[in-house]
Design a protein around this ligand. Structure first.
Ligand code: ADP
Ligand code: 5GP
Length: 195
């Protein structure tokens, strides 16, 4: 892709309650569209096993996060869980777009809504919905990444996030993974101008 400003990359926002399958679908998108790059967010949460600083998140201490906030480096940020902050770095989006890459954002409903409004036609937001809260709980338990307290927080938050489902451009129910994937591909392909 060229550096031509008319060909700057577009912004694809996947939004979903934790455990809905967003990361699974995002990974498939990335594998299929090499022109799509993840925006790496910053967070004050600790890395999970297997997560790498600079690849999965920029893992920051609360002080480091605060400093970047004061420097105006975040285009949006939220305290997603009590005491845990997550934020989208302006540079994470703009550097990629300048290079002509499309940018994939995986952020919470409030941040997603804000960025979707901010970027107008350059952004497309897709809400990925679990078939039910019970199924969401099953998937989170099976993933085995959360203790009981964290799991309950995520389920409470999921109930709140599901109330936002109609505020995004498109909605997909992730019941059967391959069906959801096919729907997602059909929506994303024309937006990215991919063959
Ligand atoms: P999120 O990124 O939204 O938190 P993940 O992609 O990590 O969710 O998915 C949560 C768990 O559910 C993972 O273990 C994943 O393998 C599994 N999963 C994702 N989609 C489906 C599906 N359609 N059916 C069953 N399990 C799924
Ligand atoms: P996790 O701890 O499971 O990686 O992410 C928890 C939640 O934080 C998810 O809903 C994820 O989408 C959201 N999140 C991750 N990065 C950002 C960000 O930069 N901004 C906002 N607002 N939410 C984010």
């Amino acid at each position: 892709m060229s550096n031509n400003s008319e060909k700057r990359g577009r912004i694809l926002i996947l939004v979903a309650p934790s455990g809905s399958g967003k990361s699974t679908l995002a990974k498939r998108l990335r594998d299929m569209y090499p022109s799509l790059q993840f925006s790496i967010s910053a967070t004050t949460r600790k890395p999970r096993e297997g997560e790498l600083d600079g690849r999965d998140y920029h893992f920051l201490s609360p002080d480091q996060f605060e400093e970047r906030l004061r420097n105006g480096e975040f285009i949006e940020w939220e305290e997603v869980y009590n005491g845990t902050r997550y934020g989208t770095l302006r540079s994470a989006i703009e550097n990629q777009r300048d290079k002509g890459y499309h940018v994939l954002l995986d952020i919470d409903v409030k941040g997603a809504h804000r960025i979707n409004e901010m970027f107008g036609d350059d952004a497309l937001s897709i809400f990925v919905k679990p078939p039910s809260i019970d199924e969401l709980e099953r998937r989170l338990r099976a993933r085995g990444t959360e203790d009981d307290v964290s799991l309950q927080k995520r389920l409470d938050r999921a109930r709140e996030e599901l109330e936002w489902e109609d505020r995004f451009d498109r909605k997909i129910v992730n019941d059967d993974l391959d069906t959801a994937w096919n729907e997602l591909r059909t929506i994303v392909r024309p937006f990215l101008g991919a063959p």
